[in-house]
Design a protein around this ligand. Sequence first.
Ligand code: MN
Length: 356
Amino acid sequence: MKWGFRWYGEKKDTIPLQHVTQIPGINGIVGTLLNKLPGDVWAVDEIQDLKDSVEKGGLELLGIESVAIHDSIKAGTADRDQYIENYIQTIRNLSKCGIKMVCYSFKPIFGWAKTSLAYENSDGSFSLVYDQAVVDGMEPSEMYKLIHSQSKGFSLPGWEEERLKKFDGLVKIYEGVTEEDLFENLKYFLLKVIPVCEEADVRLAIHPDDPPWEIFGFPRITKNLSDLKRIMDIIDSPYNGITFCTGSLGADPNNDLVEMIRQVGHRINFVHFRNVGFMGEKKFKETAHLSTEGSLDMYAIMKALVEAGFDGVIRPDHGRTIWGEIAMPGYGLYDRALGISYLQGLHEAIIKNDRN
Ligand SMILES: [Mn+2]
């Protein structure tokens, strides 16, 4: 198991790499090139620059999160093959730089959604919150405005301004696209890309829906165990894998995370660990990582991962904003550093207990 931390690069992240290096037990960074739009080819020298900057800081570049999928691929429009070719070229270029894991998602327009990026908790800390009742009273374009109004000027992954400026056009290309269509489009993509991944030794890891239910009537196909099993069945290969995001899947109390790991654990290539606290029907907040702070049993989830033999990259996911830190919502240093130390404690205890 490799302990990672999401980091947006020297110019874009508020956190100096050295501060990440000082987190006990950390192995490396899960990084990205924020200047790349979905559909762009990532050049070898750009990837190598990112890798060099991480390694100069004494850490490993453990994977990429994410190489985003162009909307033409997801919507299955006539020009998709050109963007699939670009994706394949990016996979080959990442491989040339020694990158072994790539996270991606296959969600129309909204990679993730929240209704507050700065919900004030009773202790004065701030959390991300999702409330379906708020979303039900909104138009999709208002969600874009809401996220931008609360982003504190940071460019948020999945909410790239350039892409979402063309919002109405984006909505149009998904008109009439059903869940079945979206699944077929994913299948079309994976059948072309996974053989290249096998050759290039780059493992893909699909990220689940956040939240894991339909929003604004757009189709969603990575919500639960049967969705994930269906995707894994498209090609039975370890290169066609999962990002197991506990906070995304766990936002639906019907998702039994331990059972999911028992059934598809061998296909998990990447783990995002965060806790959520249920606040009502389809309403939750992202809490501190500890089991006692939210609704998920983090010990049981970690134990299931150990039992499944998980040996990939694991990282703490969104934390709260605490101690007056100015940071990208969800991606401050302090609460994620507390989170990773807690998770490492759980992991060490489980491993040592198993030996006795
Ligand atoms: Mn996640």
